[in-house]
Design a protein around this ligand. Structure first.
Ligand code: BTN
Length: 340
């Protein structure tokens, strides 16, 4: 496959093009003088300085040392369609007819939902280096600093209607844990319905948006956010205990390899789910359940219910012991929390 041109690889907004060029030369983490950078970009040192400030506003940490110049606080590996594809199995490659990578987007889910309406094929994938309006479950914001983490969405089409996809949320959580397990063999867990935690802190989340006819067909946009290297400044906006892969592993994994592993696991899981339903995933989900047996609070749109989490039933609904009663809650506008 020929190397993609920048315009194909990145949909750039005004001003982003020269910032990306600057980032590309700084990506290896070595010092470059302002003069060299200016010569490379064909602009003055003052213009370089302006671009460096713009990069800092994107959340990129840049070190300036007198006499040596500028360098990134850590090297950046950009997402790249050819690199990502080369790390997929032939079967996963064949399942992804379209792979869009953007420097910046509002949200990869929003983008793919719109493409789905226009007829984008099953298996279409979208990633972005940053999201300006990244969305989490329950209307929350998903903090999405530039080139630090993974923001990925996959479109999957089903012959059945939305009601048949009730278990999908748990399936995606299990797939995500499987993909991450190669990197992080111990300490991963799932908080219902599909938050991935490491040692009790959120490492990754899944936002699934489903649309379709009640009797089918339907489609789901499965959005995955994984914290790889969360910069301190961005982390201040996160309203819950969080972690990232740097903290789990001591070093940043390749984001292209990670994206490929996530897609591989998701596609395989979706195929199994279409054939066999949720049943094949229940055991794996239960093995990773971090809430079972714990006192929890369930936040519903209009009420908070306290009880003891009792795992999930065979349809993937949460079981909660409230007094003498065992109550069941299907995923939806519900947030499960430890009492504060
Ligand atoms: C959650 O745990 O609340 C779900 C987080 C999902 C975040 C991902 S990042 C890629 C995709 N695009 C979005 O706007 N959200 C999802």
């Amino acid at each position: 496959m020929p190397q993609l041109r920048r315009q194909d690889r990145y949909a750039t907004l005004r001003g982003m093009e020269s910032r990306l060029k600057l980032l590309e030369i700084l990506a290896d983490g070595r010092f470059r003088s302002g003069e060299d950078l200016g010569a490379y970009l064909g602009v003055s040192r003052a213009a370089v300085w302006k671009q460096l400030r713009a990069l800092k506003r994107l959340g990129i940490e840049i070190q300036a040392v007198r006499g040596r110049g500028y360098r990134l606080a850590y090297p950046i590996e950009f997402l790249h369609a050819d690199t990502l594809r080369s790390r997929l199995s032939a079967s996963a490659q064949a399942a992804i007819p379209r792979l869009d990578i953007f420097a910046e987007l509002d949200s990869t889910n929003t983008y793919l939902k719109a493409r789905a309406q226009e007829g984008a094929p099953c298996g279409a994938v979208c990633l972005a280096e940053t999201q300006h309006a990244g969305r989490g479950r329950l209307g929350r914001v998903w903090v999405s600093p530039f080139a630090c983490n993974l923001y990925l969405s996959l479109l999957w089409r089903f012959a059945a209607g939305p009601a048949a996809l009730a278990g999908l949320s748990l399936v995606a959580g299990v797939a995500l844990v499987q993909a991450l397990k190669n990197l992080v063999p111990r300490g991963l867990g799932l908080k219902w319905p599909n938050d991935v935690q490491w040692q009790g802190r959120k490492l990754a989340g899944v936002l699934i948006e489903i649309a379709g006819e009640s009797s089918g067909p339907s489609h789901a946009v499965i959005g995955i956010g994984i914290n790889v290297r969360m910069p301190d400044a961005a982390a201040q906006e996160i309203g819950q205990p969080w972690t990232d892969l740097i903290r789990c592993l001591g070093e940043a994994p390749s984001r292209n390899t990670l994206a490929a592993a996530v897609l591989e696991a998701l596609i395989e899981s979706l195929r199994v789910f279409e054939r066999e339903g949720l049943a094949r995933f229940l055991e794996a989900w239960r093995e990773h359940d971090v809430m079972a047996g714990k006192s929890v609070q369930l936040h519903l749109p209009n009420a908070v219910i306290a009880g003891e989490a009792q795992g999930i039933d065979d349809q993937g609904a949460l079981l909660l012991r409230v007094g003498d009663e065992l109550r069941r809650f299907a995923a939806g506008e519900i947030s499960l929390r430890m009492p504060s």
